[in-house]
Design a protein around this ligand. Structure first.
Ligand SMILES: [Zn+2]
Length: 344
């Protein structure tokens, strides 16, 4: 696997609705593989690789990442903002950000009232979003000339390797899914299944792109490949981990948006066992991903989410494990090469 490509994808900025830089890079990579691409009205990037058999599937990963949007510029030049997608405000304080203005990117920092002038009752408490601001180092006049309400803001953080096989970055959710699909398309020269590769927009604000993309495609089944929150941390009980880093690719039985058909779940698990691919069944009482929109498209498309376990999800210190990413790529390749028994 080309982990440097994963690094490159995570370092691109693409808040929901502004996925252009990510789309441009993935489009170039698809075209380098000899595949044709098209972009629909919402911005979904769609490609097709022919299979030797009669069946077709959708592989979908979303290009967007969670971020912020400038709401107001104060007379002193400080920026108020809203969140775009599910960001926990507790993770925002003291972060460095990029404000994407019409004049180009501007670096800022997220601040609040310093601890030594807070009241006793405020100390040790989470700071609400309304008490955070972005400081771009400009006075009010300069800020108003350069920044506009509606400008998108992304969190900055370089890619890093942690101990063992662990990686840390912003935007693994869901550039890791985009990476896995690209890797599978590179590796599988002659798939049995025809594959519609969909790189969707606006997943983080309500699965908005994938449904319309799937509506335009003929497919017998679909897989959403996405990062999923792993709660295998000291504060959680093992039964609440959802998925564990290093436990393999998450094969979703259920989440708040999708229930995987029994035949499909059984087929995937059999394939993992036959191919010696490490997997874990994901049972998530909350959350959802593009599978939730795709399975309700047209007259219904059998869909399953394949998940890459991710700690600190929706922050700029997301942590994943190379071995889980490899398991996800191996599973995608096995599906493309061997097919699904339920489709025969
Ligand atoms: Zn995601």
């Amino acid at each position: 696997m080309d982990i440097s490509n994963l690094e490159k994808l995570t370092q691109l900025d693409g808040v929901s609705g502004r996925e252009d830089a990510v789309r441009g890079e993935i489009e170039a990579q698809l075209q380098a593989l000899g595949l044709q691409t098209r972009t629909d009205a919402l911005g979904n990037l769609i490609s097709y690789k022919d299979g030797t058999g009669p069946h077709k599937i959708i592989l979908c990963a979303h290009m967007d990442e969670v971020g912020l949007m400038v709401k107001y510029i104060s007379s002193a030049g400080f920026l108020s903002f809203i969140t775009v997608g599910g960001i926990d405000p507790r993770t925002l304080l003291a972060q460095r950000v990029t404000v994407h203005t019409s004049s180009g990117p501007v670096t800022g920092v997220i601040g609040t009232k310093p601890a030594h002038i807070t009241q006793e009752t405020e100390r040790g408490k989470a700071v609400p979003l309304s008490d955070l601001f972005i400081d771009i180092g400009m006075d009010g006049e300069e800020a108003a000339q350069i920044v506009s309400p509606g400008d998108f803001v992304t969190l900055q953080r370089p890619f890093a390797r942690l101990g063992g096989s662990r990686l840390c970055s912003k935007a693994f959710d869901d550039r890791v899914g985009c990476f896995c699909i690209l890797e599978a398309l590179k590796r599988v020269k002659k798939p049995l299944l025809g594959v519609h590769a969909v790189f969707s927009v606006q997943e983080e604000v309500g699965l908005r792109g994938a449904g319309t993309a799937a509506f335009g495609l003929q497919a017998d089944a679909a897989f959403a490949v996405d990062a999923t929150g792993a709660a295998d941390i000291p504060l959680c009980r093992p039964q609440d981990y959802l998925v564990c880093l290093g436990g393999g690719v998450g094969v979703s039985a259920i989440d708040a948006a999708t229930i995987t058909p029994k035949w499909m779940l059984d087929d995937i698990i059999s394939l993992c066992r036959a191919e010696n691919i490490r997997y874990q069944v994901r049972i998530a009482p909350r959350g959802g991903n593009d599978a939730g929109a795709i399975h309700r498209s047209r007259t219904g498309i059998a869909s399953c989410a394949l998940s890459i376990p991710t700690r600190n999800i929706h922050s700029n210190v997301e942590v994943t494990d190379i071995n889980d990413i490899r398991a996800a790529v191996d599973l995608l390749c096995a599906v493309l090469e061997k097919g699904l028994r339920g489709l025969k």
